[in-house]
Design a binder for this molecule. Structure first.
Ligand code: PRX
Length: 680
């Protein structure tokens, strides 16, 4: 192991991962199996490595193509894979137009406002068609945007978000939706990196009972982007209440445009879907990595859409008559793939809920499920933990029935899994624990629910067509059933995988492929296993248990935050000399960042300073990154060569053994910090 890798491993989440024993297998009900989309185990054979890559035609054939592809997988620019080359397709057409002939009056999107006294909006496929066309006309005719241009969206969980995405997709414009909870500064960074000259936002939205002014973030975003020479010419603003501007922040003349006003000139407009090459980028989704700068994961049109449609059908078990609710935020990849593109491509009804799950009380999700007749439910362990803690007996009070439920985003503790199964699912729903990442487009490991039994705490085997393998640091295979953890990799490319990091191919190769590639000149996919950056253990039956990140990324409430991003935010406070972030276990969020700070010489800490540092993190990134606690210490524990020992800080924060610290340059500091943090 090189010293660089050793240092990275020392900071890992996987090391402090929860440990639990093997669990019993649980089989889905006969009722579930009787109605499931996929029940034939031969699916695994059809998607075996022998049938790679042509097996993925099965997913691509779920879509409507203008032109069929001539090459299923082009590896000539390895490891930038091109799928379905020669094919022409439009994502907006596939999610909307093709359903009109039979299902135009069916609900495409149920928009559920957070205030319970506001009416749910049921948007039919016909209405979605009309609204997407009219907004696409604004993008094309008023903004002058065309295929290949990038547009940043900074929208909350409202129906206008999928409408904006699908309008972009109609024209081949690459959308880049930034999570609505992120700060104006975080939005600016993504505007700059993507080179967007148009920002689409909203005046306000509800969160925990408050109507938040969201437009003010747009002003910060535009101003901060300008400092980095990225000019935003137009800010398009949706209104939370159409016809009424509900933000305090004034409009900037000549720059800010209220979409509901512009629409008046475009009523009835129709915009032909642009026939896009399969490998044209559909969107960018930024995520955290091992350096401070977020990575723009570039997802393709044909391969991505085929993969999310196929997995929505096979693993989410979506039928067109289902009411499907994924309670993620569309600002994350889960929402893109499994609220918008997958379910809509299959013609299902998808629920978009504006607010927080337990507002005004933890019965809210189950009332929504009851009222809308939701039968497929999808969420993350962090939400399950919160609902279990605050309302363990709520689900049984409501008359809803799920046939299927998903968990995603972080490992789920078996106890929490069992509450999900027995209380939320009422023992009736099949559960899939889906492991994947922003980079992957869709699921990598999961059970196919009618074929493989569930195992609480384990994601399951590789998906059909996905062939995981675990390597140690040197590249030796860690065989299943040995109980040993290693780096989980995928042996083969798949259509949903990102194509590259936007404008940074070198980083793409370095972070995901270099480590285990034996021949960097090779054009064979077999030479380029994909490194996910997670530690995993594979049981003898092939079920994968994910332990957590091996790099310095913290998974907070199921979302990746780069420790370096948080540390750089802390360093914007002038008094701060050094910052170190470590993950600390949190009952509901999974992990939370703890922030250690050393000040410049001669300065002393205060509550006010700690608060300013915390505020700086929220301003730079957003409140999701808010440190649990800012510890101002007199010095950091360091190696003799001056490296901060985050492993030691992590042990202190998590109340675990710090191990041998005598080799540190300053071992005494460990006692001092322990006393400060643990009070002993
Ligand atoms: O560590 C894994 C964890 O979340 C990371 C990916 O985060 P992100 O790109 O934000 O995407 C989240 C939703 C796809 C992974 O590297 N993770 C995701 N799903 C699971 C998981 N850990 C355990 N079990 C899962 N089901």
């Amino acid at each position: 192991m090189s010293s660089k890798e050793k240092e990275v491993t020392e900071t890992s989440e996987a090391e402090i991962a929860v440990h639990w024993g093997e669990e019993q297998l649980i089989h889905p009900s006969t009722q579930f199996i009787a109605q499931a989309n996929v029940t034939d185990p031969a699916v695994y054979e059809r998607f075996s490595l022998d049938n790679f890559p042509n097996c993925f035609k099965e997913y691509a054939d779920l879509l409507s193509w203008y032109e069929y592809w001539h090459t299923t997988l082009d590896t000539s620019d390895a490891p930038c894979w091109k799928w379905f080359v020669g094919g022409k397709i439009n994502a907006s057409y596939n999610c909307i137009d093709r359903h009109l002939a039979k299902n135009k009056n069916k609900t495409a999107i149920h928009f559920v406002p957070e205030p319970e006294n506001e009416k749910v909006e049921h948007i039919t496929f016909q209405e979605l068609y009309v609204r997407v066309n009219e907004f696409a006309a604004i993008l094309r005719d008023f903004c002058g945007l065309k295929a290949g241009d990038r547009v940043t969206l900074h929208l909350p969980m409202v129906a206008e978000l999928p409408i904006s995405m699908l309008a972009c997709a109609r024209l081949g414009i690459i959308h880049s939706q930034v999570f609505g909870g992120f700060s104006g500064k975080a939005c600016a960074d993504r505007i700059v990196d993507s080179g967007s000259s148009v920002l689409i936002t909203m005046d306000s939205y509800y969160r925990s009972g408050q109507l938040l002014d969201h437009k003010e973030k747009a002003d910060t975003a535009v101003a901060d982007a300008a400092k980095e020479d990225q000019k935003v010419d137009k800010v398009l603003i949706w209104q939370r209440y159409p016809g009424k501007y509900s933000a305090q922040t004034p409009l900037v003349a000549g720059r800010d445009f209220v979409i509901n006003d512009l629409l008046k000139k475009h009523y009835g407009a129709r915009v032909d879907p642009v026939k896009m090459p399969a490998e044209a980028p559909l969107f960018l989704m930024y995520t955290s990595g091992t350096t401070g700068k977020p990575k723009g994961c570039q997802h393709s049109t044909g391969g991505y859409l085929a993969y999310v449609t196929g997995t929505s059908k096979y693993v989410q078990d979506i039928h067109p008559e289902d009411v499907y609710w994924c309670m993620a935020d569309i600002g994350w990849i889960t929402g893109h793939s499994y609220i918008v593109y997958g379910p809509l491509a299959l013609g299902a009804s998808t629920v978009v809920y504006e607010g927080v799950p337990n507002y005004p009380d933890p019965g809210r999700p189950w009332r929504i499920a009851q009222d809308l007749g939701v039968n497929i439910f999808h969420t993350a362990p962090t939400a399950i933990r919160a609902l279990r803690k605050t309302g363990p007996d709520e689900p049984q009070k409501y008359n809803y029935h799920f046939k299927h439920m998903t968990t995603v985003g972080e490992p789920i503790e078996p106890e929490v899994w069992k509450w999900y199964y027995h209380s939320v699912g009422k023992g009736e729903a099949a559960i899939v624990d889906t492991w994947w990442q922003t980079e992957n487009g869709g699921f990598l490991c999961s059970t196919v629910p009618a074929i493989k039994p569930m195992k609480p705490g384990s994601a399951g085997p590789g998906m059909p067509g996905i062939h995981p393998i675990v390597f140690d640091e040197e590249g030796n295979v860690v065989p299943p059933g040995t109980g040993k953890a290693g780096n989980i990799c995928i042996q083969n490319p798949w259509p949903g995988s990102f194509q590259t990091i936007w404008r940074d191919r070198e980083r793409y190769v370095r972070e995901y492929y270099e480590h285990y590639c034996k021949d960097p000149k090779s054009k064979r996919w077999q030479d380029w296993p994909y490194k996910a950056g997670d530690a995993a253990v594979v049981a003898a039956d092939g079920y994968v248990r994910i332990l957590g990140r091996i790099d310095d990324v913290i998974n907070v409430s199921g979302h990746r935050l780069g420790t370096k991003e948080i540390e750089s935010a802390a360093l914007t406070v002038p008094e701060v000399a050094e910052a170190a972030v470590v993950p600390v276990k949190h009952e509901l969020k999974g992990k939370e960042p703890d922030l250690y700070i050393a000040l410049k010489p001669g300065l002393t800490g205060s509550d006010d300073l700690a608060k300013r540092i915390q505020d700086a993190v929220v301003k730079e990134i957003g409140s999701i990154a808010r440190p649990r606690k800012v510890w101002i210490v007199s010095d950091m524990p360091k190696t003799r060569s001056g490296k901060i020992m985050r492993r030691v800080l992590s042990a202190i924060s998590n109340n675990t053994a710090v191990g041998d610290v005598m080799t540190l340059a300053n071992p005494d500091i460990v006692t001092e910090i322990t006393k400060m943090v643990q009070g002993k």
